[in-house]
Write a protein that binds this ligand. Structure first.
Ligand code: GGG
Length: 347
């Protein structure tokens, strides 16, 4: 059963393979819901930057604020626009302006997908802090082009930011298998990461039912490869979370399977859903982008919008499709064929 409600969704396909995977995700989501998504597409991208001088218009954030959710494809085309310009002009401002502080990234093998590990029984939810830390944007350069050049980039960790992401992690652990792994590098980074460890210990007193482990980022990277089945919810800072979730994508078979949700847990602004992968310029016009990560992200969006039953049907259709070996090997099947198989599995 669906709620029958209309959901207003802003589509930002972005660059490269963003457009075809978002088209596929919308088609599947519409079918699962019986057509109750009302979508509007925004052409904000590197091409938009070349035409206008900005990745999105000045009132872009205010325009998006009026929607129930945002579905984003991929950002970046380094041959046209430097990555630091495109990322800071579109994706990062949306995450920050809408206080989407929790970036949820599930890592598990879909049936039929062969990962690079000999293990199949892992189910990890990485939660990446999404608004501050190493991505704070605080810093600068002086004496550019001289031998005395200096570049400074400051990671910013606030009590509000650290507490809220850890609390979100504890709550997710409660809904899952009750285990939380908190990730830092507090042996080397003696201010911010020691602070993160302290807040983890403080909050753990409020969650006696959650088993807490504290890892250094290097150690948990090895654990994700050697013993991923021992991990449940993993909470990490913005940069550590970004890196760990590419590792997570790799063990689940590749970036074509890695979904994500940028959540504003307080509901004060729209949340945004996006595949973890980038724009993949090398395959952008070949018609072979895997739409599964985007479709999984759309399922997370429907779940967030209160359409849990439709989301579950999409996940069942994805699993039925990959069980038949469709969409499981990078580049083997065409985007349209994978999408058609998922649509037919929805029947
Ligand atoms: N799917 C959005 C996208 O293009 N992600 C690529 C990327 O590099 N994102 C940067 C980040 O998440 O920090």
């Amino acid at each position: 059963m669906t709620t029958g409600k209309t959901h207003r969704i802003a589509l930002v396909p972005g660059d490269g393979i963003g457009a075809p995977v978002i088209e596929a995700a919308v088609e599947v989501a519409q079918k699962a819901l019986g057509g109750t998504l009302e979508t509007e597409t925004f052409p904000w991208s590197c091409d938009h930057y070349l035409q206008t001088g900005a990745m999105m218009p000045e009132d872009g954030i205010e325009t998006l604020r009026g929607f129930d959710a945002i579905l984003l494809g991929a950002v970046g085309w380094p041959e046209k626009v430097p990555d630091a310009v495109s990322l800071h002009g579109l994706l990062l401002p949306i995450r920050k302006a809408f206080v989407q502080y929790a970036n949820m990234r599930p890592h598990r093998l879909l049936p039929g997908v062969e990962g690079p590990l000999r293990k199949e029984d892992f189910d990890i939810l990485c939660i990446r802090e999404n608004t501050e830390g190493e991505y704070s944007g605080a810093g600068g350069r002086v004496h550019q082009g001289t031998t005395g050049e200096v570049a400074v980039e400051t990671a910013v960790f606030t009590r509000t930011g650290v507490e809220r992401i850890l609390r979100f992690g504890f709550e997710q652990a409660r809904k899952r298998r009750g285990k939380l792994a908190s990730v830092t590098k507090s042996n080397a980074q003696k201010f911010s990461m020691v602070f993160w460890d302290e807040v983890t210990r403080e909050l753990s007193a409020e969650y006696p039912d959650v088993e807490v482990s504290q890892y250094h980022v290097d150690a948990i990277s090895a654990r994700m490869v050697m013993a991923p089945e021992t991990l449940d919810v993993v909470v990490a800072s913005n940069l550590f979370g970004d890196i760990l979730t590419d590792l997570g994508a790799a063990i689940q078979g590749g970036l074509g399977f890695a979904a994500s949700a940028n959540i504003n847990p307080d509901g004060t602004a729209p949340s945004m859903f996006e595949p973890v992968h980038g724009s993949a310029p090398d395959i952008a016009h070949l018609g072979i982008a895997n739409p599964i990560a985007a479709i999984w992200s759309a399922a997370m969006m429907l779940d967030h919008l209160g359409e849990g039953e439709a989301a579950a049907r999409i996940m069942a259709a994805l699993e039925a499709t990959t069980s038949r070996g469709i969409g499981t090997v990078p580049g083997k099947d065409r985007t349209d064929d994978i999408t058609a198989a998922i649509l037919s599995a929805l029947d």
